[in-house]
Write a protein that binds this ligand. Sequence first.
Ligand code: UDP
Ligand code: MG
Length: 314
Amino acid sequence: MKKLYLVVPCYNEEQVLPFSSKILKEKMEQLMADDRISKDSRILFVNDGSTDATLSILDTLHQTEDLFSYISLSKNRGHQNALLAGLMYAREHCDIVISLDADLQDDINAIDEMIEKNAQGCEIVLGVRDKRETDTLFKRMTAETFYHFQHFLGIDTVYNHADYRLMSTKALASLSEFQEVNLYLRGIIPLLGYKTDVVYYARNKREYGESKYPLRKMLSFALDGITSFTVRPIRFILLLGFLIFGVAIFALIYSLIQNWHHNVVPGWTSLFFSIWAIGGIQMIAIGLIGEYIGKIYSETKHRPKYIVEIIKDK
Ligand code: UDP
Ligand code: MG
């Protein structure tokens, strides 16, 4: 039987915690009673520098029950960092972790199926929303556009998967090799490889408190998701430069023909051509510099070049 840690990042969740902790406790006790996880499994909350009563609630929970443990960050570092802190702590203490949000918008009954898939040999099991009915139309549309845009840029993410997932300690060990500072877990997990599967669930509305992801945070998260994974936007600049330079050549031919036919005011030919040529050359130059910056950027990430899954050596 495997030891499970549920990792739950919390930022100003005082309204949510009394209700969430109760439901999570029931779930864990039921899993233990069914002998699906070991009795020393834990719910690990990560206090992400909350400014409300979150920390004291977590402390009370921990005092009253061993099932509840927590770590607390010195200040607010954002959802992804809080989550990573929890995962990296948990990997030293258990066999599998499941990460989920404190508001329990993600149906906790998917946990059973996740554990089942892990028992069948999956190192990573992703929770995927099968519909987004409970989200506002705006959130649904922006999220959808973003997923498609990411794919267009060549970033490998799973549609409608957030950060509700099971990972084995083996997968977590590989995750720990990614040293980058701008963290976008959804993009990194597919890079790990390993046997991965998905489970589907319906996402609920947030019952208490409000979303900690206002539009501003959503946009910066989205931008991180793109700029941490691809230099394609830079390449587009380079391509655009060549395109504009092509227009310059066309402009030269066209203006020379016009000149030939005495169809022009003096000076027009050279001006018409130079405007496009200069624009094109500048853009090519920017694109080229960008290519080098892109190289520096991928070097500085120090990503692991490969992950060895099996070694057999007698
Ligand atoms: N969260 C966090 N730090 C932050 C913002 C959010 O740890 O700076 C946590 C939050 O407590 C919750 C999860 O991240 O457990 C997801 O946040 P939320 O439910 O507000 O996001 P939404 O569901 O609206 O996308
Ligand atoms: Mg939420």
